[in-house]
Structure formats: structure tokens, C-alpha cells
Design a protein around this ligand. Structure first.
Ligand SMILES: [Zn+2]
Length: 297
């Protein structure tokens, strides 16, 4: 697909959903103009990019994560299917908890990165909701959103700030927050009545083989999510929580991807990482908790 077509395609896609957006500067309604720009009633203008996403941040954000990190993440998720059981579980939760009688479903991923999780979840639940499932993915990282737009053209991708998301109140049926930061006030504002928030947090066994290989300190080896779970339950009406635990054997190439995309490795000593990556393969544990809540008001 040519780059021009991608820009037009994303502008058309956003125009179908323009009523859910608000200007990140003045909160006014927005309109797609000539399939080129997204303009609010007060003329604040944001241009669609040739890569197929739109940048709706109000000030430049320093890149924290590189293009290579998102490429590693995409490979591990899309090609190695490292998170497949998690995605299956999330799709099943949406099937069970979202209103199946609805004719369409609007999902928001609030930290979409390179978009694989959102895209996979949307594809899985699409047949259950009359084939009208739309995902909107936002991330503060331009590199992540750019990679998402490059690889998945069926969703809406925007660079946006989680503290000031460019959406009107009560627009989304489901919010996905997978191993990324939260803003619960914003989540409650964005959810429709009865809307679902699905948050994925690590449990103590998550990537334990990597932590054991890279760190000696017990403090760094242990991880507790009690505070996170408590805070979630204070902000939402608890529906359920679910543990997803499995072990995957990764080959050396996939181990490299995993190490590269995992923030906890960034403080490890170079020689420990090297030693770990000398292995041909490794069994890696995925141990996650899915917190499921409903909007409180
Ligand atoms: Zn405006």
C-alpha cells in the first residue's frame, strides 16, 4: 500500500469516528478536513501523517523507546505468539462481559505501543460483534504509534497523552491497559455506562528466568502487585480477576527480542545479559493477572 493511500485511509477511518474525538487543546469537537487534517471548531489543526496515524499531543514528547524496541516487541507478539494465551483470555472476557447484543464495539488501548495486542484482540472478537469492532490505540511514543500504523491498518492510531486523551466522555465499551501505565480518572471518564476496563499486571513469576539470570539482589527479583490491585479495586466495580500463567520456550533470536523490549533488563550488567544470551534457548514464564472492572458511575 502506498504511503499516500495510508494517509487517506486513516483520515477516512477517523472521519467515521470523528464524533468521539475532542480537541486536546480546547476540547471542542473535531472534523476531518479534506482527508488531510483534523481540525477543531476553534481551528486547532492536526495533520494526518503519510504513515497512517495522527499526532494529537500538544507539545513535543521526548522519545523514550526506540524504533528497534517496538520492532522487537512486534516480533515477539505477532510472530512468536509469546502472549497468545493472554490475548485469548482477554478476548474471552470481552465476549462474556461486553454486551453481546450490541451491534458494534469500540475498544481503546491506552498504551498500545506497536499495536499488536489491540489488533490481535480486535481480530479475535470481531466475529462475535457483527464484524464491527473498532480499536483505537494511543501511546505517548511516536515510534510505537508509527510502527502500529505501519503494521495494522484496520485500527485508529494516535499519539496522545494519557493525562489528556483526545476523546469525549463516555465513548468506549472497553479499555485495555496491558502492562502499561494507567490513569483511572481518565478511564472512568472515557467509558460508557457499563463499560469495561481490562488491566493486565505482572505477577511474581513474570519473566522470573530473566530476573534470576540478570540480577542477584533479592529486591529486584521480587515483585508484588498488591498495591496495584488495591488501587484498581478502589476505582472500579470489580467484576473478576484472572491469572494467566504459562511457560514458553524461546529460541535465541526471540530471547534477544524479549531482553531488548523488557525495561527490567535495562539496569542489568552487560556481561550478565551476554551470558544469558549465549544460551540457544530458554524456558520463560509468563505470569500475569488480568483485572476486570466496570465503570463506577
Ligand atoms: Zn481546539
Amino acid at each position: 500500500m502506498s504511503k499516500i493511500t495510508k494517509k487517506v485511509k486513516s483520515a477516512k477511518h477517523v472521519s467515521e469516528f470523528e464524533s468521539i474525538f475532542k480537541c486536546p487543546i480546547c476540547e471542542a469537537s473535531m472534523k476531518v478536513f479534506e482527508l488531510k487534517s483534523f481540525i477543531c471548531l476553534n481551528n486547532h489543526t492536526f495533520d494526518f501523517t503519510k504513515q497512517g496515524y495522527i499526532n494529537l499531543t500538544t507539545h513535543p514528547i521526548k522519545a523514550k523507546y526506540s524504533k528497534e524496541l517496538f520492532e522487537a516487541r512486534r516480533k515477539l507478539i505477532a510472530e512468536d505468539k509469546f502472549f497468545e494465551p493472554l490475548i485469548q483470555a482477554i478476548a474471552e472476557i470481552i465476549r462474556r462481559q461486553a454486551d453481546i447484543k450490541k451491534e458494534s464495539l469500540l475498544l481503546l488501548d491506552t498504551g498500545c505501543g506497536e499495536g499488536s495486542h489491540l489488533s490481535n484482540v480486535c481480530e479475535k472478537v470481531r466475529p462475535d460483534f457483527g464484524n464491527t469492532v473498532t480499536g483505537a490505540g494511543i501511546d505517548i511514543s511516536k515510534e510505537g504509534v508509527l510502527a502500529a500504523a505501519k503494521n495494522y491498518t484496520n485500527q485508529i492510531w494516535a499519539v496522545a497523552d494519557l493525562a489528556n486523551t483526545p476523546f469525549k466522555d463516555k465513548q468506549f465499551d472497553v479499555i485495555l491497559d496491558i502492562l502499561s501505565p494507567s490513569n483511572y480518572a481518565e478511564f472512568n471518564r472515557l467509558l460508557r455506562a457499563d463499560g469495561l476496563v481490562i488491566k493486565v499486571v505482572p505477577r511474581s513469576g513474570y519473566l522470573k528466568e530473566i530476573r534470576e539470570a540478570l540480577f542477584d539482589e533479592r529486591a529486584k527479583q521480587e515483585y508484588s502487585n498488591i498495591e496495584t490491585v488495591d488501587r484498581f479495586n478502589e476505582n472500579f466495580q470489580k467484576v473478576d480477576s484472572l491469572r494467566v500463567q504459562y511457560t514458553r520456550e524461546l529460541n535465541n533470536l526471540s530471547m534477544q527480542s524479549l531482553v531488548f523490549m523488557t525495561p527490567l533488563t535495562w539496569t542489568a550488567k552487560e556481561e550478565r545479559i551476554k551470558l544469558f544470551l549465549e544460551r540457544d534457548s530458554a524456558d520463560i514464564t509468563v505470569d500475569l493477572e488480568i483485572l476486570i472492572g466496570r465503570k463506577t458511575n
